[in-house]
Structures are given as structure tokens and as C-alpha cells.
Design a binder for this molecule. Structure first.
Ligand code: UGA
Length: 441
């Protein structure tokens, strides 16, 4: 099957590479010339385990190609995936300008039947807007060509995207058309062998499913964080509570890990966009708004704990930070809790010595060279001359620590753990003060 993918970003690249890997002919198109020439040379602009090999193997096999030529790309595929970004507008709603631009481009160049697949996370009603945008362009050209627009949201987690694409729990397609259903079955057939994961539904339901899924996951996180904060006031231990509630299969253990807040390019943006949509239709979504407020507060927790540990005397202090990415196995720092922490520390006059196994370069790109930021090559290097250690991301490599050595190295015995990685007793036994999330201090 011939497939065109608009944009070689995170979702576009993973989708393109995975579909090519099962034998489809895939052409990925992007406006960024530099990105396309790097991809042609086998260079991957993002860090995603397994993606580099998948891209180079399929390119070598001639099933995956990259271009900046939109006209060629539109002519190429029966399926035209739109996988461009939908950043938050100033008011929090999803900005559709890239999506609609692609729709226009398709309308300007198509010369036979196309199925346009909305893969980007877009608000309910976007498929109808895409349809209008294509129709307007066709009308300008005086053409009456048939096309369909369907919604096919993605459920990929950064760091596990290829696994999620190949073995995800569902493949959602919003469409009323039998022709689209058939084509999408063929497209995803190789990933749909063991059991039928295809779920067909109305276009608007598919669009809402994506937001509802992310908002519910974000709700679980904000909920457990709220419980963690309560536990601190009530003298309870949130990790025990988590164990207790997770054992009920109706609740389950996943996504109830307390921490320093959720980040990334999806939850914060999608929660805001859904709250915004709700507002627009005159039905404010109170729970969803609260999820965002709780998360905003939670991202400030690490700074609050440091502030408390140092009685507000943070000016001139040096703080070691382990983990900059918003979660392990990615170099992505979008809306990462580490950023809220570092920015608050700088405002308070403190210095940061940070280490992340993958995100050091991204941090350098975001903040540039500054006197109050040192990026270390190894986690131990952050501890030299540091008054305290803060853990923002639960990279596996941070789980084992020699606490007595840590006690000897730190200028003050302060450990703030934003991911509850350690047993409080073992940290405290080394003479360190341990500030974690929802576990008492
Ligand atoms: C999320 C969803 O999990 C995917 O299903 C979805 O497809 C994707 O958004 C998207 O919309 O594209 P992702 O943003 O990659 O994926 O990251 P997650 O693994 O879901 O983690 C999000 C944040 O929640 C991280 O900051 C993580 O540290 C935090 N988190 C997660 C917690 O604080 N506690 C938990 O129990 C789980």
C-alpha cells in the first residue's frame, strides 16, 4: 500500500517507519529541508529507542523515503496521514494552522481519490474543518474529486513508541465510510493479527477518545499527587496507600505513581485543550481544570521542599539535579518538572549542577550558556560542591546510590526525591535528610 505521511516529527517518523517495516511503501514529507536531508543520511532528529535502525533499514530496503516536495508526496499515497504538530495557542486551545495547511496542500495537488487520515491530536470537529479546507482548494481548481477524511489518533508513549505502535491495545478509526474502513484494515493488517484491535466509530467520537484517554491518565496522576500531599499532612505514607488502592483491579497500579508532576508534549497540552473545548461549548470541565491546577502546583513541590530544607536561604547555594527529561528514555524536556525547579532556583539566586543521561544537549539548547548552570557528564560530577541533591526523573541509573558516600560528598545532608525512588530508612540511616513525595519528611 502507498502511504504519505505529512511531517517527520515524532509521530510522523514512528508511524512512517513502523508502516514501512511491515511492507508498505511510505513517503514522509516535511517543509524542513535540513531535517529531510539529515533523515536521508540516516540521522534521526529525536531520541527514540529502536527508531534509528527502523528508519535506516527501511530506507535501505527502498520502502521508506523522505522528501520536501509536497506535490510529489500528495500524488504518492492513497492514504495521506497528517501528523503535524498542534501546539497550544495562547489561550490553551490547540492551534490547527499546520493541520489545515496540510489539508490545503492536499487539495492543491491531489488528482485522484485520497483518504486523509488525521493522526495529529486535534479537537473534536477538526476532521470537518480538514474536509472543508480540501474542498475549497479543489473548488478553486475546478475539480470534483472524491476524498474521505478519517480520524486515527495515536497512543504512543515517548521512549516506547515502537512497542506501542506494534503492540498497542487498540487502533481507533473514526469514519462512516466502508471504503475507509477497508483501507485502514489493510494499512494496519500486519499489526492486527493476534486479535482484532481495530475499533471503528464516529469521527467525533474518535477525536474525543484521544483527549479523554490522555485526560483520564493525567487525572490519575494528579489524583495520586493530591493524595500524596494529603498524606504529608496526615502523617500517612503515600507509597503504602498506592499499594493498597492499586490492588483493586478497578483502580490498578498503572499511572498512580506520585511524583513531581506530569510533563511532556502531550498531557499538559491536551488537558488544556480539552478544558478549553469544554469552555467553548459552554460546559466547563471542572475535573479537567482541577487536574491542570494540581499539576501546576505539583511541579513547584521540589522547590518548596528545598526552600523548607534551607529555611528559605537558597541564594548562593549549589543544587545537584539528576534528571532533566520529563520522564526516562527520552531527551524531551517539554514542560518537564526539572525546568520549573531550575527556573525557581535561579530566581532564588541558587546555582544548578545537572546531569541527564540523554537530555543534557536539549538543556543546553533551551537555556544556553549561563553562569548558574553546569551540565555534568556523569551524575557524580554534579555532587562536587553541591549543598543538596534533587531527583527529577526516574532513570534506572539513578536507582542505586551509595548513600554514605553521598552524605560525605554533599555540603549539606539534603536529598529531595521527586520520584520516590528510595526506601526512606536507607537514606536516613546514612545521616541524610530525605524529602520525598507524600512520605513525611
Ligand atoms: C502520553 C500517553 O501516555 C500516551 O498514551 C499518548 O499517546 C501520548 O501521551 C500522546 O498523546 O502522544 P507520553 O507523554 O510520552 O505519553 O508520556 P507518559 O509516559 O504518559 O508520561 C507522562 C508524564 O506523566 C511524565 O512526566 C511521567 O513522569 C508522568 N507520570 C506518569 C507520573 O507522574 N506518574 C505516573 O504514574 C505515570
Amino acid at each position: 500500500m502507498r502511504i504519505t505521511i505529512f511531517a517527520c516529527g515524532y509521530v510522523g517518523l514512528v508511524t512512517g517507519a513502523c508502516l514501512a517495516d511491515v511492507g508498505h511503501d511510505v513517503m514522509c514529507v516535511d517543509v524542513d529541508k535540513d531535517k529531510v536531508s539529515r533523515l536521508k543520511a540516516g540521522e534521526i532528529p529525536i531520541f527514540e529507542p529502536g527508531l534509528e535502525r527502523l528508519v535506516s533499514d527501511n530506507q535501505a530496503a527502498g520502502r521508506l523515503s523522505f522528501t520536501t516536495d509536497a506535490a510529489e508526496a500528495v500524488k504518492f499515497g492513497l492514504l495521506q496521514f497528517i501528523a503535524v504538530g498542534t501546539p497550544s495557542d495562547e489561550d490553551g486551545s490547540a492551534d490547527l494552522k499546520h493541520v489545515l495547511k496540510v489539508a490545503e496542500t492536499i487539495g492543491q495537488h491531489m488528482d485522484d481519490y485520497k483518504i486523509i487520515v488525521d493522526k495529529s491530536t486535534v479537537p473534536v470537529g477538526t476532521a470537518a474543518k480538514v474536509e472543508r479546507a480540501v474542498a475549497i482548494e479543489l473548488e478553486k481548481r475546478g475539480l470534483d474529486l472524491e476524498f474521505d477524511v478519517c480520524s486515527n489518533p495515536e497512543f504512543l508513549k515517548e521512549g516506547a513508541a515502537i512497542e506501542d505502535f506494534s503492540r498497542g491495545s487498540r487502533i481507533i478509526v473514526g469514519t462512516e465510510s466502508e471504503r475507509v474502513r477497508e483501507a485502514m484494515r489493510e494499512c494496519y493488517g500486519p499489526y492486527n493479527r493476534q486479535r482484532d484491535k481495530m475499533m471503528f466509530m464516529g469521527v467525533r467520537s474518535a477525536e474525543l477518545t484521544k483527549y479523554a484517554a490522555n485526560a483520564l491518565l493525567a487525572t490519575k496522576i494528579s489524583f495520586i499527587n493530591e493524595v500524596a500531599n494529603l498524606a504529608e499532612h496526615l502523617g500517612a505514607e503515600v507509597e503504602e496507600v498506592r499499594h493498597g488502592i492499586g490492588s483493586d483491579p478497578r483502580i490498578g497500579y498503572s499511572f498512580i505513581y506520585p511524583g513531581c508532576g506530569y510533563g511532556g508534549s502531550c498531557f499538559p497540552k491536551d488537558v488544556r485543550a480539552l478544558a478549553n473545548t469544554a469552555e467553548e461549548v459552554g460546559h466547563p470541565a471542572h475535573i479537567i481544570e482541577a487536574v491542570e491546577q494540581v499539576n501546576f502546583r505539583q511541579k513547584n513541590k521540589l522547590f518548596e521542599k528545598l526552600y523548607q530544607a534551607f529555611d528559605g536561604q537558597l541564594a548562593g547555594k549549589t543544587i545537584a539535579v539528576w534528571g532533566l527529561a520529563f520522564k526516562p528514555n527520552t531527551d524531551d524536556m517539554r514542560e518537564a518538572p526539572s525546568r520549573a525547579l531550575m527556573e525557581a532556583l535561579w530566581d532564588a539566586g541558587a546555582r544548578v549542577q545537572a546531569f541527564d543521561p540523554e537530555a543534557n544537549n536539549e538543556c543546553r539548547r533551551i537555556y544556553g550558556e549561563r553562569d548558574d548552570l553546569v551540565l555534568a557528564e556523569q551524575r557524580e560530577d554534579t555532587l562536587e560542591g553541591a549543598h543538596a541533591l534533587v531527583i527529577c526523573t526516574e532513570w534506572k541509573a539513578f536507582r542505586t546510590v551509595d548513600f554514605s558516600l553521598l552524605r560525605k560528598t554533599l555540603l549539606e545532608p539534603v536529598v529531595v526525591d521527586g520520584r520516590n525512588l528510595f526506601h526512606p530508612e536507607s537514606v536516613k540511616a546514612a545521616g541524610l535528610a530525605y524529602y520525598a513525595i507524600g512520605r513525611g519528611d
